[in-house]
Design a protein around this ligand. Structure first.
Ligand SMILES: Nc1ncnc2c1ncn2[C@@H]1O[C@H](COP(=O)(O)OP(=O)(O)OP(=O)(O)O)[C@@H](O)[C@H]1O
Ligand SMILES: [Mg+2]
Length: 150
């Protein structure tokens, strides 16, 4: 699933739901993009696609971590935001390395702040505004990982 053009929030949610269907236990997603690019909206779609309630999704900017889990979900989602961290030590102190082995999907906003903690298997998603309601969304799995099309 390399490059997509989203023309609305709904299209971003749909793309994220499609990706969610292909995710496996312990997958890590790095969501790149500037303020307001649509990273948190993308997480809404992921949670919905895994069977959760997208309305529960909000930005974990201050608490660093939100957990979405319910019996209806195929996999829990750990949603992290590194915007306010100064370095990897902050993420280590909330147990980030342990989260990578909890049979969940781990999603990180502002991943470049904690790049050295991300496993080589990380799926990179880049959101780039191309208009008020338009976003280019690039989804790059690591070598050898197929996510299918679209
Ligand atoms: N095609 C689109 N896809 C996603 N969001 C869109 C789109 N068009 C407009 N938007 C708007 O862009 C904003 C995206 O907000 P969101 O909180 O997801 O950004 P973010 O990347 O998480 O920012 P932050 O770095 O502050 O956490 C929302 O207000 C949303 O309505
Ligand atoms: Mg956000």
């Amino acid at each position: 699933m390399p490059t997509h053009e989203s023309l609305s929030v709904d299209q971003t949610l749909t793309l994220a739901r499609t990706l969610a269907a292909r995710l496996l236990s312990n997958d890590v997603l790095a969501l790149h993009g500037d303020l307001g690019a649509g990273k948190t909206q993308f997480v809404r779609g992921l949670v919905a696609g895994l069977g959760g309630n997208p309305r529960q999704v909000s930005s974990p900017t201050f608490v660093l971590l939100h957990v979405y889990d319910s019996p209806a979900m195929r996999l829990p989602v750990y949603h992290l935001d590194a915007y306010r961290v100064t370095g990897s030590a902050d993420f280590e102190s909330i147990g980030f390395p342990e989260l990578l082995a909890q049979n969940a999907v781990v999603v990180v906003e502002w991943p470049q702040r904690v790049a050295d903690l991300l496993p080589p298997t990380t799926i990179h998603v880049r959101l780039t505004p191309t208009g008020p309601a338009a976003r280019r969304i690039d989804i790059d799995p690591p070598p050898g990982r197929e996510l299918g099309t679209p």
